[in-house]
Write a protein that binds this ligand. Sequence first.
Ligand SMILES: C[S@@+](CC[C@H](N)C(=O)[O-])C[C@H]1O[C@@H](n2cnc3c(N)ncnc32)[C@H](O)[C@@H]1O
Length: 282
Amino acid sequence: MSKTILELINRTPEPAPWSEGDNIPWDDPEFSERMLVEHLSQEHDLASRRNETIDLHVEWIFSQVLDSRPARVLDLACGPGFYANRLARNGCTCVGMDFSPASIRYAKETAAAEALPCTYHHADVREGLFGEGFDLSMMIYGQFNVFPRNLGLEILKNACSAMKPGGHIVLEVQTNEQIRKSGQSPPTWHSARSGLFSGAPHLVMQESFWHEDTQSSTVRFMVIEGQSGRASTYALSNEAYTEREITDAIELAGFTHARWFPSLNGKPAAGEQDLPVIVARK
Ligand SMILES: C[S@@+](CC[C@H](N)C(=O)[O-])C[C@H]1O[C@@H](n2cnc3c(N)ncnc32)[C@H](O)[C@@H]1O
């Protein structure tokens, strides 16, 4: 959202969750091109995990959730298609959905280069047009938490409607503690010649809020470009669920037999990037 510097100074001391925006601008074409570089980076796990970790995740999903049988897979917020393409190499037929134009372009190009049976849609998962007849639906890397609770439940219900009876959902979520900690982090700033929020030299000032009453967090990013003086703000809110609350939401959406796993490779979490996973059946 475009702002004046005076508006930044006069900002609301504490924003209500989701009141200043839904998320960082994944769907902005230029932002998405810059973010794609981060998805592809093998130096860090910020946007997607590194290849070796994704290999282990997909091996676990294929062997433990799909019993090593080819299946029809729906990957919600699929990013550049790293998971869906790998599952397709195991014989699965995959549909990926994401609203980042650069990620979807990359996913389509890489799937086409290997003639993988993957279809990628540039679409907002909040619109719920998921199709039907899937054996597995998944949302990886904590994206479920970025939706307000009512919307999160709606997405789960739509995912359930898209599944065959007996199909599975795999949801990898951020923990309550991680979201609380991020909301309680002190303010920070950095400057960059080019970065995620701008291709030009800029400053990014970041402040975080923990909303105890709603058990959610907001991170506010204030960006000022050096040459133009253009200012903009973005905000990212996250719901801090307990495991019980997520299990309840999964069951309310129509799934049963919910089971929790410490990470997407089935092993105990070894660091901040290992998130808990709930698997349930329709
Ligand atoms: C952290 S990345 C994870 C991507 C992928 N699941 C992975 O692990 O490689 C989050 C993804 O969610 C997508 N996303 C966030 N909100 C979305 C929405 N409302 N509709 C579609 N995609 C969304 C972003 O564009 C981004 O690609």
